[in-house]
Write a protein that binds this ligand. Structure first.
Ligand SMILES: [Zn+2]
Length: 256
């Protein structure tokens, strides 16, 4: 795909039906009981603007995020702006952020033969390993798109697989399709605040995902001021902030 081309997953009736059904297939359920809610921030792809305006803001709070890298995008510029390069990835890792897998070519894994999809995911894993970064423990499906077959294969490789279904996970998570709420500018933004504000005292895990963080962001990103608002809301909620993999470790230690 041309990097300037914006891909949108198919909206055909068949695909929409499959998308409704896939969360119920190949589940890896974990029931948990925690006394304090958990929030995980994730940055997908990953645009360079997320470093200064996202990761560094979290660093100031003593919080760490998960950065989902699709290594074919390293150093390129597309509708999300300039992307992180190899040095940005190693810097993020060295400062304690989790580096997660997001496939090599950032293609919709449900639109390619399964063996090609797995090969693409493993190619990305190997490139990240070549940067002297430990094995990725978690993965985010490009465009949130997955299938029962993809889930089944990737569940052997990763402790957790993140999708893009919005909402907090209360007392239970499907580690093969971890929910994640868009931290996007515009009309979605009130919803993310609503979900964070509802976390206080809940036995819940909420993951957030975004892309570029800059003034005039894409519709898949947010502004630096919006990140500040979210950070303040998370603090007020009393939630603990953990990377996706650390959250999984904690939930497993508190499983029912
Ligand atoms: Zn992505």
């Amino acid at each position: 795909m041309n990097p300037d081309e914006i891909y949108t997953p198919s909206k055909s009736l068949r695909k929409r039906v499959l998308r409704r059904l896939v969360p119920y297939r190949q589940q890896r359920l974990l029931n948990f009981k925690i006394d304090r809610p958990i929030v995980s921030f994730s940055f997908d792809d990953c645009p360079k603007s997320a470093v200064k305006n996202g990761l560094h803001k979290l660093d100031k709070e003593g919080w760490k995020s998960t950065v989902y890298i699709a290594s074919k995008l390293l150093g390129i510029t597309n509708h999300l702006g300039l992307h992180m390069d190899e040095l940005d990835v190693t810097d993020a890792h060295n400062s304690g952020h989790e580096i997660g897998g997001h496939s090599y070519s950032h293609m919709d894994l449900t639109e390619m033969p399964l063996d090609c999809a797995i090969e693409d995911v493993l190619k990305n894993r190997d490139i990240i390993r070549s940067l002297k970064i430990p094995r990725c423990r978690t993965f985010a499906y490009p465009y949130g798109q997955t299938s029962a077959e993809v889930k089944k294969h990737l569940s052997k490789e990763y402790d957790g697989l993140r999708g893009i279904i919005s909402g907090p996970m209360i007392g239970r998570v499907d580690l093969n399709q971890i929910q994640s709420t868009p931290l996007f500018t515009g009309k979605c933004f009130e919803e993310v605040l609503h979900q964070i504000n509802g976390l206080s005292g809940q036995n819940a895990w909420l993951t957030l995902f975004t892309h570029d963080v800059r003034e005039s962001p894409s519709e898949w990103g947010c502004t630096p001021a919006e990140i500040d608002t979210v950070i303040a809301a998370v603090k007020a909620s009393g939630a603990e902030v953990l990377t996706v993999s650390d959250a999984i470790t904690k939930l497993k230690a508190n499983s029912l």
